[in-house]
Design a protein around this ligand. Structure first.
Ligand code: 5RP
Length: 222
């Protein structure tokens, strides 16, 4: 199977899971990226069952609306039973690195509201120790150099993502060379740096369920 076929398989499994777990009229949280895009496509045929979705990025909002799925402002929503999103890396504890698409802040906000976080990923994303994928950190533009110096003190090599501005008008530093043995601790530590908006570690609030695409089918972990 190709990587896209694996992504499609987990996206369909997630749409089936949502149909099982989310009551009719529910609002679904939707992530960002190529795997999340397949999920949006799988959700579309069931759209009349749901009231709508909350989007974790402008790109996701556009794709949802393209399918005729109403997109709600998170401030108008009290309850999201399920949030479905991809990951750049995920470990056996269902901690993740996210933000390869730069949507980490809105993803973390929607995930914080959701009861259940379902991570959908092809098998290549499952790792023993996270950090091979550079950790994205969203920063306020005037704090870029300060935050970069502090991240270097933690042992990483921060690289400014070229020609990229987040949906929130900020910059991304991609931090190379971290071996993340304490994801929760590092997530908290990076959040303490003044000027950091969010970092791409999702460990304080990990996924509840991982749907992993493999050649043998979709594995459920968690
Ligand atoms: C976007 C993300 C994505 O979930 C992550 O980058 C995975 O993307 P893809 O499904 O395209 O591999 O965090 O900010």
């Amino acid at each position: 199977m190709t990587q896209d076929e694996l992504k499609q398989a987990v996206a369909q499994a997630a749409a089936d899971y949502v149909a099982e777990k989310a009551p009719a009229g529910a609002i679904i949280g939707v992530g960002t990226g190529s795997t999340a895009n397949f999920f949006i496509d799988a959700l579309a045929p069931l759209k009349d069952r749901y009231r709508g979705a909350v989007a974790s990025s402008e790109a996701t909002r556009k794709r949802l609306e393209g399918h005729g799925i109403p997109v709600l402002d998170l401030n108008e929503v009290e309850h999201i039973p399920v949030y479905v999103d991809g990951a750049d890396e995920v470990d056996a504890g269902l901690n993740m690195i996210k933000g390869g698409g730069g949507a980490l802040t809105r993803e973390k906000i929607v995930a914080a509201v959701a009861d259940i976080f379902v991570c959908i990923a092809d098998g290549s994303k499952l790792v023993d120790t996270m950090g091979k994928f550079p950790l994205p950190v969203e920063v306020i533009p005037m704090a870029r150099a300060h935050v970069a110096r502090q991240l270097a003190k933690l042992g990483g090599k921060p690289v400014l993502r070229e020609d990229f501005v987040t949906d929130n008008g900020n910059l991304i530093l991609d931090v190379h060379g971290l071996a993340i043995t304490d994801p929760k601790g590092l997530e908290a530590q990076i959040n303490q740096i003044v000027g950091v908006v969010t970092n791409g570690l999702f460990a304080v609030r990990p996924a509840n369920l991982l749907l992993l695409g493999t050649a043998d089918g979709v594995r459920r972990i968690g």
